[in-house]
Design a protein around this ligand. Structure first.
Ligand SMILES: NC(=O)c1ccc[n+]([C@@H]2O[C@H](COP(=O)([O-])OP(=O)(O)OC[C@H]3O[C@@H](n4cnc5c(N)ncnc54)[C@H](OP(=O)(O)O)[C@@H]3O)[C@@H](O)[C@H]2O)c1
Length: 264
């Protein structure tokens, strides 16, 4: 049985991971969180007592015996956790978004000693959307303007979403020279051919929608993914944790888990 630690265990995603860990035959050994400290992680997740109280002490990771840590927290919590997991030789699977270059460099460093997998969207469907987005950008070429629109619930703190940024990377890799333009207001003037528009909608309980628009003369294409359940991301993370556990040190992505090859 894989021994699992969860960072952000009292959050929405962390609780979904705790729920799914049971059916994936993983043993929860540590629940890290900033709120609900002292409460049982299984009870918080609605799956009954797990005997694992939420703690804010990331230093407890070393003694927990965890094989792998799943993280859905915040960039600050991520940055505090990575060196600890690295020193404790615990594999890392993170879905936390809003990470900057410094945080990702920390993960790259840790990958010298432990398997480290970060994916801003753990959905298989979104992964395929990324592949399609690149294919369409390449095939349609300069005659089509590309704009990305994402929508999320009102509590989301980062914008645009990590998934939207990842989609933009895919499009940029397929069509060189594009530059991101975030939203538009005032009098930005006519759209420049090299713009790659990015727009973030926030409101309600939207779990996560992403559309890549290809706007041409007399025709347009829209590629859309809509998430209707948070569990799908947790399911992807648990699948990734089972895959990464016991793998050699290195940086991994969902593409490795799905054995699809190509960019992570
Ligand atoms: N990759 C994916 O597929 C995917 C899917 C969905 C969400 N996400 C990302 O996952 C992250 C969490 O999302 P969520 O919806 O679960 O958010 P959430 O409900 O706000 O949960 C985040 C949890 O992390 C905890 N946390 C924050 N700072 C901490 C610290 N220093 N130490 C320990 N715990 C800390 C928070 O506690 P407090 O409330 O006390 O701060 C909270 O319990 C976000 O970055 C989100 O964008 C990724």
């Amino acid at each position: 049985m894989t021994k699992l630690a969860v960072l952000g265990a009292s959050g929405r995603m962390g609780r979904a991971v705790v729920r799914l860990a049971k059916e994936a035959e993983m043993t929860l050994v540590l629940a890290l969180g900033a709120d609900a400290v002292g409460q049982d992680a299984g009870e918080l997740a609605g799956v009954g007592r797990a005997g694992v109280p939420v703690t804010s002490d990331v230093g407890a990771l070393a003694a927990s015996g965890a094989d792998v840590l799943i993280d859905f927290s915040s960039p600050a919590a991520f940055a505090a956790m990575v060196p600890v997991a690295r020193a404790a030789r615990v594999a890392i699977v993170s879905g936390t978004t809003g990470l900057g270059a410094d945080e990702l460099a920390l993960l790259d460093g840790a990958a010298a000693d432990v398997p480290a997998l970060w994916e801003p969207n753990m959905s298989v469907g979104v992964y395929v959307l990324g592949q399609l987005a690149a294919l369409a950008a390449r095939a349609l070429g300069d005659g089509f303007d590309v704009e990305i629109v994402e929508a999320h619930h009102h509590a989301k703190v980062d914008a645009p979403s990590g998934t939207a940024l990842r989609l933009a990377e895919r499009v940029k890799a397929a069509r060189e020279g594009l530059e991101l333009v975030h939203g538009r207001e005032g009098k930005p003037g006519p759209r420049k051919p090299r713009e790659l528009g990015m727009h973030a909608l926030r409101g309600g309980d939207v779990i996560g929608d992403h559309t890549v628009h290809y706007l041409g003369e007399g025709e347009r294409i829209e590629l859309t993914h809509r998430a209707s359940s948070r569990e799908l991301f947790a399911r992807g993370a648990v699948r990734a944790a089972a895959w990464v556990s016991g793998k050699p040190a290195g940086r991994y992505g969902l593409s490795d888990v799905l054995a699809l090859g190509g960019a992570p």
